[in-house]
Design a protein around this ligand. Structure first.
Ligand code: ATP
Length: 211
């Protein structure tokens, strides 16, 4: 087994005593990109939050490198190996783009100021590094959050609606970056209502369809 294999088996989720999904199973290898798809309310965000350890599953298991990530040592190992970016940009308005990134990275893997500036340049925020994020547009705030994908870090990305608020060039750049990350051995699980049918090699997991 690959030391970064992810096994999702018979995963189930209930919210407010309503079953969102059950018996979701999937195996991911390094290099895989999985799009979790389905209509509004199908449970895509819930699935990603369970994967990220932010919400309990009501059944099933997730294993990383052979160990369950739902508790104990496996959970810590998993957390060190993943980067989760939720559907809200989660940037602090009073802080600049640079300060936001520096703060976020300090929680996991501190990086140099130069690396942060380079990442901000990669997401098209050159010249905005020092501007308080509350003065940035929605798309620019999204770009601040996404700049983490241009810093050294985890081999597994979990991205909830990463394309939201990005312009066409931003969408294209992010698609390319995700695929380059996967080509280098990274694993990506993402949700988006944006079609990825034109991107070769993206797997799909459908939620919310009657079986
Ligand atoms: N905080 C919450 N407490 C209780 N139920 C919730 C909560 N957040 C979402 N839900 C319910 O869980 C269900 C699935 O929500 P979820 O956000 O996972 O769906 P989604 O597939 O990501 O939807 P969308 O495409 O609209 O983003 C919804 O029916 C919703 O009402």
């Amino acid at each position: 087994m690959s030391k970064q294999q992810i096994d999702i088996s018979e995963l189930a989720c209930e919210r407010d005593e309503r079953e969102l999904f059950s018996a979701v199973s999937c195996c991911l290898q390094p290099g895989d990109v999985l799009q979790v798809a389905g209509p509004n309310g199908a449970g895509k965000t819930s699935l990603l939050r369970i994967l990220a350890g932010l919400m309990p599953a009501s059944g099933g298991d997730i294993r990383f490198a052979g160990e369950s990530v739902l508790s104990g040592r496996g959970r810590e190992h998993w957390r060190r190996n993943l980067l989760y970016i939720g559907h809200a940009p989660a940037v602090k308005g009073a802080l600049s783009a640079e300060e936001n990134l520096s703060w976020l990275c300090a929680l996991t893997q501190p990086v140099t100021r130069e690396a942060i500036w380079q990442a901000l340049q990669q997401v098209g925020l050159r010249g905005f590094e020092d501007v308080p994020c509350r003065q940035l547009s929605a798309g620019q705030q999204r770009r601040v959050a996404l700049a983490r994908l241009y810093l050294p870090g985890a081999p597994v990305w979990i991205l909830d609606e990463p394309f939201t608020a990005l312009d066409q060039a931003g969408v294209q750049a992010l698609e390319q970056h995700v695929m380059a990350f996967a080509a280098g051995g990274g694993t990506v699980v993402l949700t988006t209502h944006h079609s990825l049918a034109h991107v070769p090699g993206v797997r799909r997991l459908e939620l919310g369809r009657a079986s």
